[in-house]
Design a protein around this ligand. Structure first.
Ligand code: NAD
Ligand code: UGA
Length: 462
């Protein structure tokens, strides 16, 4: 089966960039991204994309209007597609059974029901969202129970491994593509049809095919292993601070062991992003559901350590500022969960700012790409009352305004522009002692101290 028309339900951080890359690489395939969020779709159809991602606009512009389309007409998009990616959100459940751990699959179920209702003929349904192992079985049941007799389906798992900020490079040159399918003639044919699309630009030996459950589970496990590495290095960062060791030097020393490798060993104020915590909690819940409490407890610790890392950073600030930050201006540089993205979901900055606002500090926040309304919304969702935000929060348009009259500067995102800050100017603008708390090890400790700052850099001992 050669696929000539694709649609994707969900035009978010994954659906938009992934489909744009497929459309750019396969000009003969019609690709439609369908989302009920009209504002998002309008933005995808403009030059101000809803997702800030280096290089993405060029990829979108190369195919948009030719074979890449963005629409809110979800039914028509399903109807005309031979292959349908489902790339809707799978957040953590906020209430009911498994609240705070299990994945909320309501958007997956709604998408499956709509596909069943609209479809005629044969369609390949591809899980792109990250979901608990065995979700394909639920999707199949919903499709079978709700579709007309003329419709037939194959369900595949094709998890996405892109990281935000490097999405274009990751999609263009992924470490691997993973496709899981049923080991039946129909399943094998569907796997081959999807593999043939990726094979247009990715070497065949990097396209792995597995059974459905291995593919679904591998996605959760990949994120769990990555997050575990960060919690491991962050746990050692605390030990470095008290012993005088330097986490950068330790990471380099251990990373040169080829069995460990150098990547994902940057100590930080904690990992953020929409997925690591959600997917770890999902894994914990799965283990509990399958009566594996020891395995669940093992992975739960990765989340606990991350929570501790965020709160110990805030405590460090409060203690250093003579145990009170009431009314003190603190400049926050960076609010996104990592550089090169406007995404703030689960950003460590939210929790550090929340805890400082609870201490009644006055925050002056600067981030080069995060919308000020997003910052206010995130802090409100984190439980900060509106009146406190009115009196104690200022959103600044540059780092120098933010640091003017500040008692302290907290570096929470590693944006490249922060590496070249005019430190003597900032020192002059701040109150003395001028405290710097670098949660991303962006600023050289020695230089900070030379310029007169009272500096704390994550993982660096005195
Ligand atoms: P997102 O919230 O940015 O986008 C999801 C979109 O789906 C929203 O715009 C929503 O309006 C839309 N939607 C919901 N139900 C729909 C329906 N029935 N029909 C059409 N559209 C619908 O989410 P995201 O960050 O793109 O993540 C999507 C999935 O991909 C999640 O499962 C996530 O875990 C996984 N994932 C995300 C990343 C990442 O970097 N963000 C990377 C890999 C995997
Ligand atoms: C992560 C994975 O890297 C992707 O493979 C996966 O597809 C994606 O989750 C997902 O499923 O959503 P992402 O969250 O976009 O990607 O970004 P990462 O680069 O993994 O960073 C996650 C968090 O860890 C960030 O807050 C980052 O600052 C932090 N981090 C990362 C560290 O603190 N130290 C490091 O060494 C690396």
């Amino acid at each position: 089966m050669k696929v000539t028309s694709i649609c994707c339900l969900g035009g978010g951080y994954v659906g938009g960039p992934t489909m744009a890359m497929i459309a750019a690489k396969c000009p003969d395939i019609q690709v439609t991204v369908a989302d009920m969020n009209g504002e998002r779709i309008d933005a995808w159809n403009s030059d101000s994309l809803p997702v800030y991602e280096p290089g993405l606009l060029a990829v979108v512009a190369s195919a948009r209007g030719r074979n890449l389309h963005f629409t809110t007409d979800i039914r028509s998009a399903i109807s005309s597609a031979e292959l349908i990616f489902v790339s809707v959100g799978t957040p953590t459940k906020s209430h009911g059974i498994g609240a705070g751990r299990a994945a909320d699959l309501r958007y997956i179920e709604a998408a499956a029901r709509l596909i069943a209702e609209v479809s005629k003929g044969h369609k390949i349904i591809v899980e792109k969202s990250t979901i608990p192992v065995k979700t394909a079985s639920a999707i199949k049941t919903i499709l079978a129970a709700n579709s007309s007799s003329q419709a037939t389906f194959e369900v595949l798992s094709n998890p996405e491994f892109l990281a935000e900020g490097t999405a274009v490079a990751d999609l263009e040159n992924p470490d691997r593509i993973l496709i899981g399918g049923e080991i039946t003639p129909g399943g094998n044919a569907a796997v081959e049809a999807l593999a043939a699309i990726y094979a247009r630009w990715i070497p065949r030996d990097q396209i792995l095919t597995t059974n459905l459950w291995s593919s679904e589970l591998s996605k959760l496990v990949a994120n769990a292993f990555l997050a575990q590495r960060i919690s491991s290095i962050n746990s050692i960062s605390a030990l470095c601070e008290t012993t005088g060791a330097d986490i950068g030097e330790v990471a380099r020393a251990i990373g040169m062991d080829s069995r460990i490798g150098p990547k994902f060993l940057n100590a930080s104020v904690g990992f953020g992003g929409s997925c690591f915590q959600k997917d770890l909690l999902n894994l914990v819940y799965l283990c509990e559901s399958f009566h594996l409490p020891h395995v669940a407890e093992y992975w739960r610790q990765v989340v606990h350590l991350n929570d501790w890392q965020k709160s110990r950073f805030t405590e460090k600030i409060v203690r250093a500022l003579f145990n009170t930050v009431i009314g003190k201006r603190i400049a926050i540089l960076g609010f996104a969960f990592k550089k090169d993205t406007n995404d703030t979901r689960e950003s460590p900055a939210i929790y550090v700012c929340r805890d400082l606002l609870r201490e009644h500090a006055c925050l002056a926040i600067y981030d080069p790409h995060v919308d000020p309304n997003t910052i206010r919304r995130d802090l409100m969702h984190a439980g900060i009352p509106k009146d406190l935000l009115t009196t104690n929060l200022e959103i600044c348009s540059d780092p120098y305004t933010a640091t003017t009259g500040a008692h302290a500067l907290a570096m929470l995102t590693e944006w490249d522009e922060f590496r070249t800050l005019d430190l003597p100017r900032i020192y002059d603008l701040m109150l003395k002692p001028a405290f710097v708390f670098d949660g991303r090890a962006v600023l050289p400790t020695h230089t900070l101290k030379t310029h007169g700052f009272d500096a704390f850099v994550i993982g660096k001992g005195d």
